[in-house]
Design a protein around this ligand. Structure first.
Ligand code: PGA
Length: 253
């Protein structure tokens, strides 16, 4: 696909359930200063209790912050949940929705993911919508079917204009935290397929859509992955917990 404008690379860290006040201070301080000279967009998605810390340490920098999930409800009797408006109170710009760990361990169905996507958008947050197939699904030859189903579940509820406000992350489940990265060609194939599906409904949204790759991205493989025409950046788990690695990946964008 030929693009009329250079695509801005976006690198987001997904800390998952790691960190503490002391280690976060060191990591956020290093990321803030290291990212100062980088182009593109950088964000970190930290555990809920550390959002205030991220806000305090990153305000005024070129590193944005966000959460790893969000409730589909605006408010009410939902013990343990955190609303999009609460994330806004802490200056979040992003909320990850549909991460495979939420889908597989916490029962986030396509319907729930679509509702969370809408809750984030309505509050002015940018959802980072994760999609991706398991190893069994890839081996069964149904990667495209699964990823398209996950995309369409959100497209049907949100509509194309809303999708255009979001970021998509393709994260093959078999590559997350396993050290097994999709090859640049494997990732590009799915990214192009996602973009083509979106283009069927809205070519302009498809062209502008940022589609990140996630799954064992490291400084050593980032450049080749990010060099693919339909890969617009990365969603980084393990390597986002090591400042030099995360910054090395950001620099590859
Ligand atoms: P990983 O995780 O980089 O550790 O594979 C990516 C993710 O789950 O977002």
């Amino acid at each position: 696909m030929a693009y009329t404008m250079p695509r801005i690379k976006f690198v987001a860290g997904n800390w998952k359930m790691h960190g503490n006040l002391a280690s976060n201070l060191a990591l956020l301080t290093a990321v803030r200063s290291g990212a100062a000279s980088l182009g593109g967009q950088v964000a970190v998605c930290v555990p809920y209790p550390y959002l205030a810390q991220a806000q305090a340490l990153l305000a005024g920098s070129n590193v944005a912050w966000g959460a790893q999930d969000v409730s589909e409800h605006a408010q009410g009797a939902y013990t343990g949940e955190v609303s999009a408006a609460m994330l806004n109170d802490f200056g979040c710009r992003y909320a990850i929705v549909g991460h495979s760990e939420r889908r597989s361990f916490y029962g986030d169905t396509d319907t729930v993911v679509a509702a969370k996507f809408m809750a984030a958008l309505k509050a002015g947050l940018t959802p980072i919508l994760c999609v991706g197939e398991t190893l069994a699904e890839r081996e069964a030859g149904i990667t495209a079917e699964v990823v398209i189903r996950q995309m369409e579940a959100v497209m049907a509820v949100a509509g194309m204009a809303a999708l255009g406000e979001a970021v998509v992350a393709y994260e093959p489940v078999w590559a997350i935290g396993t050290g097994k990265t999709a090859t640049p060609a494997q990732a590009q194939e799915v990214h192009a397929m996602i973009r083509a599906r979106v283009a069927r409904d809205d070519a302009a949204v498809a062209e502008g859509l940022q589609i990140l790759y996630g799954g064992s991205v490291k400084p050593s493989n980032a450049r080749e992955l990010f060099g693919q025409p339909d890969i617009d950046g990365g969603l980084i788990g393990g390597a986002s917990l090591v400042a030099d690695d995360f910054l090395g990946i950001c620099a590859a964008g």
